[in-house]
Every structure is written in C-alpha cells, then in structure tokens.
Design a protein around this ligand. Sequence first.
Ligand code: GH3
Ligand code: MG
Ligand code: MG
Length: 322
Amino acid sequence: MLTSLDTAADFSTQAVNLVDCGLVVLDAQQNIVLWNRWMTSRSGRSAARVRGHGLFEVFAELRGSRVEAAVMAALMDNITTRVPQAQDRAPFPLREAGSFDGERIDQAVLVTPFLEDGERFCLVEIRDVSGTVGRERQLLEHAESLRARSYVDGLTGIANRRYFDVALERELRRAQRSGGTLSLLLMDIDSFKAYNDHFGHQGGDACLSTVAQALAAMLKRPADVAARYGGEEFAAILPDTTLEQARMHANAIREHVAALALEHAPKALRSIVTLSIGVASVDGKRVKDAAALIEAADKALYAAKRGGRNRVVADGDAIETV
Ligand code: GH3
Ligand code: MG
Ligand code: MG
C-alpha cells in the first residue's frame, strides 16, 4: 500500500518510464517538463538534456508541422488532436532503440491538454505503429483527423486562415525580438472565375488543391508557412527572408505553378493556370504589425493584377499598368 506522497511519486515515475510509448509533457510556453525513458532511448536525448527546452527548439523540424498545430490547439484552445502516421513521413526523428541511423519508426501522436494548478499543459503521446497499423485503419484515421484538425484547410490539406493568423503574429513577434526580417507573399490565381465557369466547381476545387500542393512543395524551410488565405488566394510566411530574397522566391513559385501547365479556360487571360503574387516585408527598423504587412502585400498583389497578371510585385516597386 502507498503510504506517502513520495512513494506515490516514485511509483508514477517508474510507471511513466516503463510505459511502452513516448510521453512528453509541455507547459504553456511549449517547454518540456516531462520526458520518459521511451523517448530517451528512441531519440538519443536524455530527459536532463531536454527538460526546460522548447519542444520546437529540440526538434526544429517540427515547426509548422501538424504536431505543432496540434500542440497550439491544445495549449491555446484546449483541443485534443490525433495526428496519425502520415503517408509520407513520421514527424519525430525517433528510431528503434540503439539504432541512430536506421529508419524512423512510424508514429501515431495524440496531444491532450490538461490543467494543473490553474496552468495549462499538454501531454504528447507517441506510439510506435510500425507494422501494426493496417493501411485501411491509417486511411480512416487520416480522414478523421482531416475533419478534426482545426488548423488545416479541408480542401487542400495545407494550413488554413486561422493557422496563418496565429503563425503570422508569432513569427512577427519573433522577428521583432531578434531584429530579423520576415516576408509575406499573397498569391491569387489568375482568372479563376473563368476556370470555374468552364470546368465546373469540382474542377475548380481540384485545381486549387493542385496549386496548393505545388506551393507547399516550394516552401522547404521548417519555419516557412503555406496557407490557404481565402477562396483562390494563398499566403506564405517566410521568416528570416528579406524583400529581395522573397521576391526571388515568389518568382520561383510563380514559375513552378506555370510549369505545371494546367490547362485554363478559353476565356481566361492565358491558356495555362498562373498566379499573381504580392510581396511585403518587415525588418528590425521598419516594424509593421500584421494588418499593415497584409495590406502592403495585398496592394502589391493588386498592382501585379493591374500589371497584367502572372507576375510578382514587391512593396514599394514602381507600378506599371498594361
Ligand atoms: P483575377 O485574375 O483578377 O484574380 O480574376 P479571378 O476570376 O480569379 O477573380 P475573382 O475574385 O473575380 O474570382 C475568384 C473566383 O474564385 C470566384 C469563385 O467562384 C472562385 N472560388 C473561390 N473559392 C473557391 C472554392 O473554394 N472552390 C472553387 N471551385 N472556386 C472558388
Ligand atoms: Mg481573388
Ligand atoms: Mg483570382
């Protein structure tokens, strides 16, 4: 029988260390307060090394991932989220105990918020589902999670406007703290009304999805965010990127989408689907808030439309019209 709180605590620690899944507890600042032995043996990082550090500092590659969205949903909105093993890649760099260069183990992650002494925490549970989860069950979980995930756009699978708003505020604060730069791209599909009129709404939806995937594939840094901003408009947040770098990146995205050579409607301005992109930036000196940054990017986008579409205009460019 347990007679003292100390014994109870030892008991819990033992149990937490024996359990056959990864257990991580984060505080409201996303700092690691608990890390069990399962995590240590599969990550090669001891509890002493990671405790007190931010989960997304320890695993920078998780920034902008579905796991980060789930952690934010838990800590900010008290929402529980299941992140099943994705078709492509396991989120955490975890490997079979003792094999630090082997394959990542397949993972199903569950993020659950809880309160302790009035403070919000979340529990991140990671299960090894390598070989145990049938393909059918994976697909079912995947479909369920699409509905449940409140930061993901249901049509395209990329981040939604809600996630964009939260991420932009967060990245702006980060840029201001470090005196760094941050750029924003606003992208709008050209003549999309004509596309819908010709190919039908379902055809339009499929096109939006294809463009969204192409866009997301062009944003490779972990902190970059691609989001569906509204109807046929997309946004990209590029931390640590100057206006000129962002302009070049925007051009690469524009060329990449044009290179898909998606057939456009006969009434559209061009025969293939293209994007117009507006670019704006903040740096340590010219600090703008989110609303001002969006407005500047939106103005630049409007100028790109007036300039003939299928082009990139950056904030402050001389504006020509055709
Ligand atoms: P512009 O080159 O000036 O951007 O012209 P546009 O035709 O793309 O612009 P407009 O804003 O007039 O039309 C946008 C269209 O996008 C209107 C709407 O029918 C379509 N749209 C918005 N959201 C969705 C969606 O979720 N699915 C589909 N299929 N179409 C959408
Ligand atoms: Mg539009
Ligand atoms: Mg449009």
